[in-house]
Write a protein that binds this ligand. Sequence first.
Ligand code: SF4
Ligand code: SF4
Length: 242
Amino acid sequence: MDGHIYGYNLPISEKTKAVPWEEKVRIVEEVKSDFRYKEYIFGCLNCGVCTASCPSNRFFDYSPREIVQRFLEEDVEVLYDMMHEYIWACSQCFTCWIRCPFVNNPGGLVAIMREVAVRNAFEATKDLLKPYGRVLLKVMTTGNQLSADMLQPDFFPDWGPKMADNMENLRAKRLAIPFDVGKSVKTAWEVSLETAVEMYTIWRETGIFEMLEKLDPNLYNVIMDIVEENEERYEELYEEEE
Ligand code: SF4
Ligand code: SF4
């Protein structure tokens, strides 16, 4: 299949073409075997409401209608290709789900496709997610997505020259905020040890740690050191209380 495919406005990559057919089928079947799949796709009028409402469609060559259509047509080649870069354009806002007359959930399908891409350690996925390593580390070790100390001027040059001034005396500025923000620049709020350990259990049971290990083994090791330390601390506290 060369050149442009109808609707999917991108040429199929050489990498996708080189992958054995059975492997592409296996990957697409892994998506379809997810228990959510049947709840996210019911049929399609091809009306394009989802794509017309999709914020990502305004900025990228990306269409939720295409994703639904390709699943219904069982277009393995295109679906496999989409799972390398295309699906990462979705901002997971779920407007498509709210607007679809069939109550299809293209954003939900994308979430499943992303999970399968991570579980299968696609190289393109690893590269795409690399810049999010700092955020992942922050979320998984503190329960905070962003903290004041992450807003470094070097990382956000487009925020202008005033950003450097804002970063000065950051701690004093945080302390001056008249309500409780944990008084720290490393976290935006405090997450209790009990909540953290509950999260670790959920991530362990749902295979999140396993996915992280495949995605970035170094980041996995750093995070697991902190996780195991916290779990030990929690166990000691629990035993003391008993
Ligand atoms: S969830 Fe994704 S596909 Fe759906 S409207 Fe939002 S950005 Fe578009
Ligand atoms: S809004 Fe629903 S029915 Fe219309 S094209 Fe999108 S998925 Fe298909």
